[in-house]
Design a protein around this ligand. Structure first.
Ligand SMILES: Cc1cc2nc3c(=O)[nH]c(=O)nc-3n(C[C@H](O)[C@H](O)[C@H](O)COP(=O)(O)O)c2cc1C
Length: 191
């Protein structure tokens, strides 16, 4: 019997037709046996980080997402690259989550995926994201790295589905590796 892995996804784009969101939607069907994948809320629900707002009480988007991450066995972040780094909305959400009294990324297995219309598939953004996750003490899967270049040719424009089979197979391989990684490095998620 395979252990159950409950994994949540966080998307760095707010765009309705986001390619990264399309990849996130493809994940449940690509997950290995025993891995359940559910979407977290939108990073667009967070106000801009301001310690004065925090002093008056954390926004509900931050506490709700923090609780969902704490309960999960792992997190997959799927993000575009903006100007060689991560989108401000994603960084803002991470900044809020990082200030929660029980910081939910500490010791949490995390896998990264990025997609871009350019050739490099958001590689540079992933390395900036890894840097923040070091400070948050997350356990980030090293390889395989999922960086989907020229993503506009790989997502069906009408259905919004990730249709490129080689990309689907590669992502499925990362999810299998992530399942094994959670088995080795994950601590039991909080109830
Ligand atoms: C503000 C901005 C900055 C961008 N910077 C980069 C970049 O540095 N590297 C890159 O590969 N693509 C860059 N792009 C193009 C994105 O890869 C493309 O817009 C992609 O579709 C965004 O992801 P999404 O479809 O999930 O929203 C940028 C796009 C925007 C709007």
């Amino acid at each position: 019997m395979t252990d159950q892995r409950d994994v949540v996804t966080l998307v760095g784009s707010l765009r309705r037709g986001s390619y990264n969101a399309a990849i996130a939607r493809s994940l449940p069907a690509l997950a290995p046996e025993g891995m359940r994948i559910a979407a977290l809320g939108s990073v667009g629900e967070f106000p801009l980080y301001n310690a004065d707002i925090q002093d008056a009480g954390f926004p509900s988007a931050a506490t709700a997402m923090g609780e969902a991450i704490a309960k999960a066995d792992g997190v997959i972040i799927i993000t575009p690259e903006y100007n060689y780094s991560i989108p401000g909305a994603l960084k803002n959400a991470i900044d809020w989550l990082s200030r929660l009294p029980s910081q939910p990324f500490a010791g949490k297995p995390v896998a990264l995926q990025s997609a871009s219309t350019g050739l490099l598939g958001g590689a540079r953004a992933q390395y900036h994201l890894r840097q923040s996750l070091v400070f948050l003490d997350a356990f980030v899967l090293n390889k395989p790295e999922v960086m989907v270049g020229q993503v506009a040719t790989k997502v069906d424009a009408t259905s919004g589905e990730l249709k490129d089979q080689a990309t689907r197979d590669f992502i499925a391989g990362q999810l299998r590796a992530f399942s094994a990684f959670i088995g080795k490095h994950g601590t039991p998620a909080s109830p």
